[in-house]
Design a protein around this ligand. Sequence first.
Ligand SMILES: [Fe+2]
Length: 286
Amino acid sequence: MAMQRVDRLDVTSSELKDNFLPGMPDAYVRECCREEKTGGQHFVIEMKQGFTVAAGYNSASMDIYVLEGAFMIGDDNLSVGCYTYIPGGMNCGDWHSENGARVLFFTNKAFEYFPGQEGEIDMEAGDHIPVMESWKLSWADPMKDIVKKSTWVNPDGEQDRPPGVLTKALRKDDRTGEVIALTALSPGFIDPGTEHHPHNECLYLISGDAYIGYTYDHERKDIKEDLVLKKDHYIGRPPGIRHGPVCTQSGALWLIYLSDMYTGLYTDVADWETRVGGYLAAANYR
Ligand SMILES: [Fe+2]
């Protein structure tokens, strides 16, 4: 199942829609992307001061990450940097934001909320993850066990993987392989090749900057060059979309959605040094 291809979307400039979410008509939403077969959605809700929704349940499972502000679900306080996973059908307390919030949602099918009703948990949906304060998690480098070699060459002249990527796993579903994670790229990080994946890979840039030299499909029909991403930019990638070289000047903090455990396939890019050097020499985000 493939996500829509979104090479770079400035989410803050995508249309602010109300009456978009069934059962939450007062929620103002900026849509990122949609998965055509499942109806799964990625979007940001902009909760205004005093946002309120009655207790109920959603037939879709929700990954929820707070980008800005704070809100409550029942007695749970979700402030910026908090994450929770609510499986489809699970009963939620009432929703309330006193001072407003911007909240990122990933759903596994079309969002449909039933205020004032009781649901039944979707047994296929994986376990509930209570509200997690992501700043309390430790950064880890799981990629060192997953990626042994890319097109990067280390100072000893050996093929290796470029250091400088750290991750905090928020959810891993052993049955579906889905992964939701925070991923940080160190300032000055460079990955010289392209990679692509047999799974969907979607990224929301929470802070920082990123440069992507090439983005293209396997037939090279639709090629984008020199994409620059900043805070609140989003990428949706179906399987097979090549992307790279990648670099960042000030560092990048992403929230990442993978529809299956990470698998990367790497290809050399002949002019990566010129591309990356051109960006890093000119970009000014410090
Ligand atoms: Fe990737």
